[in-house]
Every structure is written in C-alpha cells, then in structure tokens.
Design a protein around this ligand. Structure first.
Ligand code: CUA
Length: 330
C-alpha cells in the first residue's frame, strides 16, 4: 500500500501524527474512507451507466420475462459487505481498547475545562494554561468541568473526550514527537467556544522536569509584578481581559487600578486592592456595568500570594496618566 494511503506522516487530509495511537487511528480511518469511496464510485458509476445504457429508446419493446432472483449474486453482495463491516467492527474495537487502556505507569495531569479556557494541574500543585508533557511517556488526563460540557481535543494525538461537570472523564496518550500542537474545545459551550484554545507542548527528555521546576517557582524567582504578568497570561485572565484597553468578554485591565469603576445598577467603586481581590474571588459581587456576570470564581485556585502578584501587575497597567479608560460601557 502506498505510504500516503496508510501510515503517512502527514497525509493530504490529516494533521501530523504525534502520538502512539495516531497511526492506528489513521489507518482505520483511511480503510473505512477508501472502502466507502470505492463502493460509492462503483455503485453510482454503475447506476449512471445503466440509466444511460438502458434508457427508453424509439422502438421500445416490452421486456420479456426476467429471472426473479439470482442466488449467487445475492449471497455475494451480502457476504462482501458483511465481511467488510466485520473487519471495521473488530479493528475499530481493538483501536478503541488501545485508546481507553492507559499503561499503569502513566503520568497524571488534572484537567479543568471552564468557560472558556483549559487549566492543567500537575502533581506538585502547579496550575498552567498550557499542557506540558514529556515525550515518549504515557500521560493520563483526569478531566472535569466547572460549568458546561466541553470536549478536550488534540488532533495531532487523535484523542478527543468530553469534559463533563460533576464527573471525571479520562484520556491518555503517549506523545511521540517533540513540538507544540493545538488543543481545541470540540463541544459548543457558549460565546467563547471558538476561543477555547491552548497548546500541548511536548518536551524532549529531561525538558519537562526542568520546565515544571521553573514554572512552579514563579513567585519565588520573579518580582511580584512580573510573576503577576505570567499569572495573567497562564491562568486564564488574558482570555477575557485585555491589557491594552480593547474590549473583550470582560472589562480591560488597562488603567483600572486606582480608578473609579461603574457597576451594574450605577454604583461606583474605586478599583483598589480589596476590590480586585474580591472580583477575583467573588466575581458576582460587583459586576461592571455593560458586562455579563460570566466570570468564574478563583476561590481555592489562586493563592493569596498569587493574588498579591496579580494586583502588583495591575498597578503597572495603571501607571500611565490616562483616565479610567471608561470602565463600564453602556
Ligand atoms: Cu468549551 Cu467549547
């Protein structure tokens, strides 16, 4: 079989194969695809041919008595599809089992889906918005959702599974190629569904451990404002809050600190440390006018030290002498 039909690294219709199960999934997919394509062309081709060949012509004569059936033909066109669907069934079941049986020594990462981002919690407690994994090691994801049903999808790994509130779903893979691959949400989950993107970074041997070590010590190794900026980028704030004054799902953070904010109902508050802290932990307490109350709480998910770092970062955004950047649009 030609390599572009089976097991090619990058076919004309499928993304790069970057996990141990990808070749098997692709081979099965291509088998089903080409069998279907073959029979589609055969059946539609013959049908068109017969329509033209046996059309009614001038001098049409009533057909003579034809045989009512042909046992050999009927068994043939029953047995061939039966064999083909049995192959698809057993082959599919085998790949399904492989996809659902993680090796016992798999490295475990907790995944949280929420509107509209992914959070990955590593065994040492570090939380990140990007999935980092070591190459050539089985990784098992234990996934749950904060709100609605999402679906975790890594095309390059050929794995996809629903992420459901109130229960854990699991998924495993062994990445086989160092690189960065896109992660999608594959279940429509509201306004920000198509923005629910992140990446999985496959590290070379040893690189994953170095990354985890460095990422976990962010707060101890960086000045608070810089650590806050990293938290802003990695913990989901950036998904909804811009830092350059542009609008988003949530109000921009530019020029926020120290300035008055108009709330729903018309009250005004000054965005000081306590307001920012409260808005992170209890987002529904003071909703900015013109925005929907859609922010999830970060209670239990940001440590005090991290909130302090975020406040320090927001202070750097307020330093320009611009006004309150009109928080609260009508
Ligand atoms: Cu989450 Cu779509």
């Amino acid at each position: 079989m030609k390599s572009w039909l089976l097991g090619a690294e990058r076919g004309f219709m499928l993304p790069v194969q970057a996990s141990s199960v990808a070749p098997a999934v692709d081979a099965l997919f291509k088998f089903i695809f080409w069998v279907s394509a073959f029979f589609f062309l055969l059946i539609v081709g013959l049908m068109l041919f017969f329509v033209v060949r046996f059309r009614r012509r001038p001098g049409y004569q009533k057909p003579t008595e034809a045989p009512s059936h042909n046992t050999f033909l009927e068994i043939t066109w029953s047995v061939i599809p039966l064999v083909l669907v049995m192959i698809m069934g057993f082959w599919g079941f085998k790949v399904f089992l492989d996809l659902n049986t993680p090796p016992a020594n798999a490295y475990e990462v907790q995944v949280t889906g929420q509107k509209w981002k992914w959070l990955f919690t590593y065994p040492n407690g570090h939380v990140d918005e990007t999935l980092h994994v070591p190459v050539d090691q089985p990784v098992r994801l234990v996934m749950t959702s904060e709100d609605v049903i999402h679906s975790f999808f890594v095309p390059a790994f050929r794995v996809k599974r629903d992420v459901v509130p109130g229960r854990y779903t699991k998924l495993w893979f062994r990445a086989t190629k160092v690189g960065t691959y896109p992660v999608f949400c594959a279940e429509y989950c509201g306004t920000g569904h198509s923005d629910m993107l992140t990446t999985v970074e496959v590290h070379e041997p040893g690189g994953f451990e170095r990354w985890l070590e460095a990422a976990s010590n962010l707060l101890n190794t960086l000045p608070p404002a810089e650590a806050g900026r990293r938290l802003y980028q990695t913990r989901g704030c950036a998904q909804c809050h811009s830092v350059d004054g542009t609008g988003g799902i949530g109000p921009t953070l530019k020029g926020l600190y120290g300035h008055p904010v108009v709330l729903r109902g018309g009250n005004r508050v000054t965005a000081d440390e306590n307001y920012i802290r409260e808005s992170i932990l209890e987002p529904m307490a003071k909703v900015v006018a013109g925005f929907d109350p859609v922010m999830p709480t970060y209670k239990g998910r940001l440590k005090d030290q991290e909130i302090t770092a975020l406040v320090a970062f927001l202070k750097t955004l307020a330093s320009e002498d611009k006004g309150p950047a009109e928080q609260g649009r009508e």
